[in-house]
Design a binder for this molecule. Structure first.
Ligand code: KG4
Ligand code: ZN
Length: 360
C-alpha cells in the first residue's frame, strides 16, 4: 500500500510517500524559514500562500523520487490539525482534491500522532508499548503508547512548550528566528554553572511541566549583564546564559521522563518533535536509567531504558511522519475522511485517560 503524506501545519511544506512494503520511498520538504526570518516569526498568511505554491511541485518531485505515478497512490494522508488555520486549509484542500480526483481514500492525521510515531521510521524501531516524550514548538507532553491509536496522556507543560521556550529565549538574546537550534548551538560553547536558572515544577511530584517562568529568569539575567557591560551582552556571557537555560530545560525534561517511566513501569522511551534534535537532551536521555525507590534499607538496582529517537531529519516537521501515521491508520482501519481543519485539536481527543496502577 502506498500512502502519500501531506504536511502543512506551520512553516514547512512536506510531501512524502510511505510504501508499507518498501518503507519511505519519497520524502520532499520545503522550509519557509528564510521567508519568515525577515519578520522574526511565522507570518500565517505568507505561510498559507507559500504552501499553495509548493504543494504541487513537491508532490511531483516526491512521485519522481519514488518512481511512481499519481495512479499508483493508494491513499492520501494529510495533517488536519493542530496548526495554523490557513496553512492547514492549504494542505487539506489539496489532499482532498487529489484523493477525490484519484478516487482514493483520504486520511486525516493528527500532527502530534505523526511526531509520536516518527521513531518507527528509523532502521531500529521501538516495540510497543513505550513511553513517549513529545517536545515540539507547540507541545511538550509525556504519553504512554500501547499501540497505534492507543495513547494515554501522562503529563504536559501547563504553559509554554519546551521549543517555544527555546525560541522565545533565543529572541530575547537577540538571536535570529528560529532561534531554538541556534541557542542550543551556542550553549555548547557556554560554561556550565556560570549562571543558574530555576527548574520549574521539578519537585511537583506529578508529570506536569512549566517553562514560561524560565524565560523571565533569563530576561532578568540579561538585563543585569547589560547594566554591567554598558548595554551589551558579550558573546561568551550570552553563550553561558544559553548553556544555563538549556541545562534547566534538559534537567526538567529528564527528571519528568524518569518519573513517567517509573510510574508506568515502561522501560522503552521514544523522543519526538523538534526539540528531540537537541544534542544535550539526547545525551541526557540516552544515559537515563530508572531508579525505583528504596524499600527500607534495600536499594533496588537501576534499570536500563531503551531510548529511540527519530532520524534527525525527521525530528522537525515533515511529510514522512504524516504518510507513515496515515498508513498505520489505514492498516488499522481507523480512517474517517473529512474536509475540515482543526487548528486547535488537543491530542487528548484521540487518547485514553491514564491507566490507574491496578489496570496496568
Ligand atoms: O516539531 P517541530 O518541527 O514543530 C512543531 O510542531 O512545533 O519543532 C520545532 C521546534 C522549534 O521550537 C525549534 O526551536 C525547536 O523545535 N528545535 C530545537 C532544536 N532544533 C529545533 N530546540 C532545541 N534544540 C534544538 N537543536
Ligand atoms: Zn511539529
Amino acid at each position: 500500500m502506498r500512502v502519500l503524506g501531506i504536511e502543512s501545519s506551520c512553516d514547512e511544506t512536506g510531501v512524502a510517500l510511505y510504501d508499507t512494503d518498501l518503507g519511505l520511498t519519497g520524502n520532499q520538504l520545503h522550509t519557509q524559514m528564510a521567508m519568515h526570518a525577515e519578520y522574526g516569526g511565522v507570518v500565517p498568511e505568507l505561510a498559507s500562500r507559500d504552501h499553495i505554491r509548493r504543494l504541487v511541485p513537491l508532490t511531483e518531485a516526491c512521485l519522481a523520487e519514488a518512481g511512481i505515478g499519481y495512479r499508483d497512490i493508494d491513499a492520501v494522508a494529510f495533517t488536519q490539525g493542530p496548526g495554523l488555520g490557513g496553512a492547514l486549509l492549504a494542505g487539506t484542500a489539496y489532499a482532498n482534491a487529489l484523493a477525490f480526483s484519484l478516487g482514493k481514500p483520504v486520511i486525516p492525521v493528527h500532527h502530534l500522532e505523526g511526531h509520536l510515531l516518527s521513531p518507527l521510521l528509523a532502521d531500529e524501531r521501538p516495540e510497543f508499548p513505550f513511553a513517549a516524550l513529545l517536545v515540539s514548538g507547540g507541545h511538550t507532553q509525556l504519553m504512554a503508547v500501547y499501540g497505534i491509536g492507543d495513547y494515554r496522556l501522562l503529563g504536559e507543560s501547563i504553559d509554554d512548550a519546551a521549543g517555544e521556550a527555546f525560541d522565545k529565549t533565543a529572541k530575547l538574546l537577540g538571536l535570529p528566528y528560529p532561534g531554538g537550534a541556534k541557542l542550543s548551538q551556542l550553549a555548547e560553547s557556554g560554561r556550565p554553572g556560570a549562571f543558574s536558572f530555576p527548574r520549574p515544577m521539578l519537585h511537583s511530584r506529578d508529570l506536569q511541566m512549566s517553562f514560561s517562568g524560565l524565560k523571565t529568569a533569563v530576561l532578568t539575567a540579561v538585563e543585569k549583564v547589560r547594566a554591567e557591560h554598558g548595554g551589551d551582552v558579550p558573546d561568551n556571557v550570552r553563550n553561558d546564559i544559553c548553556r544555563a537555560f538549556q541545562d534547566a530545560v534538559v534537567d526538567v525534561l529528564t527528571a519528568k521522563t524518569h518519573q513517567a517511566l517509573l510510574d508506568t513501569g515502561l522501560r522503552t522511551l521514544v523522543v519526538a518533535g523538534g526539540v528531540g534534535a537537541n544534542r544535550q537532551l539526547r545525551t541526557a536521555l540516552n544515559a537515563l536509567t530508572v531508579r525505583p525507590a528504596a524499600k527500607g534499607r534495600l536499594k533496588p538496582p537501576a534499570e536500563a531504558v531503551r531510548v529511540y529517537f527519530p532520524p534527525l531529519h525527521l525530528c522537525t516537521d515533515n511529510g514522512a511522519m504524516i504518510a507513515f501515521a496515515g498508513a498505520m491508520r489505514l492498516q488499522h482501519a481507523q480512517t474517517a475522511g473529512a474536509f475540515a481543519v482543526k487548528p486547535r485539536w488537543p491530542l487528548t481527543d484521540i487518547v485514553q485517560p491514564p491507566l490507574s496502577g491496578s489496570d496496568r
